[in-house]
Structures are given as C-alpha cells and as structure tokens.
Design a protein around this ligand. Structure first.
Ligand SMILES: *Cc1c(COP(=O)(O)O)cnc(C)c1O
Length: 385
C-alpha cells in the first residue's frame, strides 16, 4: 500500500503553464518572477528556474532556495514588510536584482547597511495603491487599511529626507494588490493608479527605470480539470492595454498561485468513517497541517475519490483531518462515491500555498511529494527538505 498523505505534482502541467506565460509575454519586455512562497518544492523550483523565470522572495531563506534552484541573483526581487537587518545585509551582499522597500524606517536601515558595506543599493518603493482586489479580505493587500507598502504620509516624508540617503538609489515602483484575483477590473484600476503615480514619482526621484506590478492572478478552484491553465492572455492584456509607458519599458510581474496552483494535489487516505445521526465524517490522514487554506480562509477545494468504479453508491461526507481543531475540515457535505477505511481521495488545486504553508502543529512531520511527468513513468517519493 502506497504511503499517504503526499503531495502529487504534475510537472507536465507545470511546464505547459509556464509555456502559456511565455507565449503571452514574448512580444513585450515583460519579466515574470515566480513567487517562491507559493511553493518551494525543489523539483518545482528547478523546473521554473530552468525556463528562465525570475524569483520573488519574502525572506533570506527563500533567496537561498532560489539561488540553490538556479535562479540568477539579478533576477531575484525581495519584498516583505518586516525584513530583518540580517536579511537586508544578505540581499545587499548577494547583489540581488531589487529590494522592494515597504516603509521609511526600512529604507533608512537599508541605507545604513549599504553604507557599512560600502555599496550603493538600487531600491524600489512598494506603494499601497488603495485598489480593491475584489478577493478574500485575508489575502487582499492593496487597500489603505492593509499593512503593506509605504503610506502616503511616509512617501511625503521620504521626499524630504531622500537627499540625505547617500547609499540608496530609488529607481522604481512596486505594487501588489492581493491574491486569488479573478476580476480583471482590479488590475485595470491598478494600471490607472500607476499612470497617475509615475509623474509624481519622477518629479521627486528622477526617471523611473523599474516598474513591478506584483502578482495575484487567481485560479479556478471550482473547475480545476476544465481550466487547468489560468487566463494569462486576459491578464497580460490588461497591462498591455492600460499602462501608459513606452512600448520598450520593462514591466516586472510576480506570479505565484497562477503558475503552480493547479499542478499539485494532496492525496490522503481515509482512516475512519464515522457515522452519525446528522452526518457522516470521513477522517483523513491529512489535515489542516498539510493544507491550511480551508481552515485559514474558508477556501474550497474540489475533492475526488481515486480508483473508484462507475456504479459505486454515493454518500454525503464531511471530509475532516485528524488535528485537534474544529476548523480542521476540508469540506462539508460533499457527495462522493461510498468511502471506506483505506480509500484514497485527492484534494485538487494544492500546488500553491499547501506544502509551503505546512505546519508542525500536533507533532506532525513534513510529508513527502511525488513529482511526475510524462517522461518519468515510475513515480518516486521524494522527501522534502
Ligand atoms: C505573495 C506575493 C506574490 C504572489 O501572489 P500570488 O497570489 O501567489 O500570485 C507576489 N508579490 C508579493 C509581494 C507577494 O507577497
């Protein structure tokens, strides 16, 4: 019996997804950075790096993973509202492509560290565009109430003190409005805000040479089999059609979920079926520790029973994990072919924010992953680091 639970990765689908991104960006000077935090599985990272993508990191550990996987330092961007001094020093020493700074104090610290290292550091300002991403409140980042990016107040203060900051050069702008964004009008709004901000930026900081519009494009969690590859064409068209910049101006993107989300699945086995007066529970060997999104965001994933016969009877289940929390529930009242102890189910769309968000809570160890593609016919279990 194959050991469960594990993450299954369809590297063929990942490759086709990367090709779809490439097809929609070949004719424009766009650079896509893969957001490492969505999934830092080594096989996944190496494949993405091998196709020439950049990396978007939010910690020095992620920068190390990116470098190890083959991403070039100059293609790495570093964002995060709470970078430590050690992380900034690491990024400056490694000469990564861009530091996206999120507060005035952070910029002052970067300047100090750069001075100590006798370096001149190019940085971009992450601004909060106050755009409603029309997504779940917990993954929206571009509203004035969110903690991300320089506030308008600090932007004004920065203008006052910039001439004293001798070791940083403010060359560009960075934005990121949120995640699982499916309504393209949010990105249109972002473009219009950017068009207004560029002249204000240039009035105080000189010519803009770097523009990063972030990521956040969503995936179809309801119909993952019908829509395995996101609509990159509509997404990139919004920027092609709405940004008021010269045609040869490079634009940087940071896509995570839309690149890896659909290529991963979580396979988990039924430990027990518990029958009740009100409902049946299928208690699985994976829980919120392996897939946190339902417990944290109320996210819904499609669930299917593996290896079942067409004529099997169906029943209604709550699919729950073994963790001592009532929020440890993958889905309520789902109709599935009759489940019994030992059956394996597959939770779809687990390529993004599943393995990378896994927890040790309840003494859980990290589970393995099975990367697969058409070339490799035999599946190998690879233990994650
Ligand atoms: C998380 C994050 C991303 C990627 O978001 P996705 O929704 O996975 O595309 C991009 N940029 C920044 C700054 C982030 O924090």
């Amino acid at each position: 019996m194959e050991s469960t639970p594990y993450y299954f990765y369809d590297l063929d689908l990942l490759e086709r997804t990367l090709m779809a991104v490439e097809m929609n960006t070949v004719s424009v000077p766009y650079k896509v950075h893969y957001a490492i935090k969505a999934n830092n599985n080594k096989k996944v990272l190496s494949l993405i790096a091998s196709r020439g993508f950049g990396a978007d990191c939010v910690s020095s550990q992620e920068i190390m993973w990116a470098l190890d996987a083959g991403f070039k330092a100059e293609d790495i961007v570093f964002a995060g509202v709470g970078k430590t001094d050690a992380e900034i020093e690491f990024a400056v020493r490694r000469e990564i492509g861009m530091l996206n700074c999120e507060s005035l104090e952070e910029i002052i610290v970067v300047n100090e560290i750069a001075e100590q290292l006798n370096k001149n550091v190019r940085i971009a300002l992450r601004l909060n565009p106050n755009v409603n991403a029309l997504t779940h409140e917990k993954i929206s980042t571009g509203l004035a109430e969110n903690k991300f990016g320089l506030t308008t107040l600090e932007f004004e203060e920065l203008i006052e003190v910039y001439s004293q900051l001798r070791n940083v050069e403010i060359t560009g702008l960075h934005f990121h409005i949120g995640s699982q964004v499916l309504n393209m009008s949010a990105y249109e709004d972002l473009c219009h805000k950017i068009n207004k901000i560029i002249p204000r930026f240039e009035a105080h900081f000189g010519e803009l040479t770097y523009l990063n519009v972030g990521g956040g494009l969503g995936i179809d969690y309801e119909n993952p089999d019908e829509n395995p590859i996101p609509d990159f064409e509509s997404y990139f068209n919004v920027f092609k059609n709405n940004l008021d910049i010269p045609a040869d101006f490079p634009v940087h993107f940071e896509l995570g979920r839309s690149i890896v989300g659909q290529c991963g699945r979580l396979r988990t086995r039924v430990l027990y079926i518990k029958r009740g007066a009100m409902k049946n529970f299928a208690v699985m060997d994976a829980g919120m520790t392996e897939l946190l999104r339902p417990a944290m965001y109320g996210a819904a994933h499609q669930i299917a029973k593996m290896n079942y016969g067409i004529e099997e009877e169906k029943n209604v289940y709550d699919i729950v994990g073994p963790i001592c929390e009532s929020s440890d529930c993958f889905a309520q009242d789902v109709i599935l072919p009759e489940l019994k102890r030992g059956d394996v189910v597959e939770i779809k769309s687990c390529g993004a924010y599943a393995e990378s968000m896994s927890l040790n809570y309840n003494g859980r160890g990290r589970i393995g992953s099975v990367p697969s593609n058409q070339v490799a016919t035999s599946l190998r279990i690879v233990k994650s680091a």
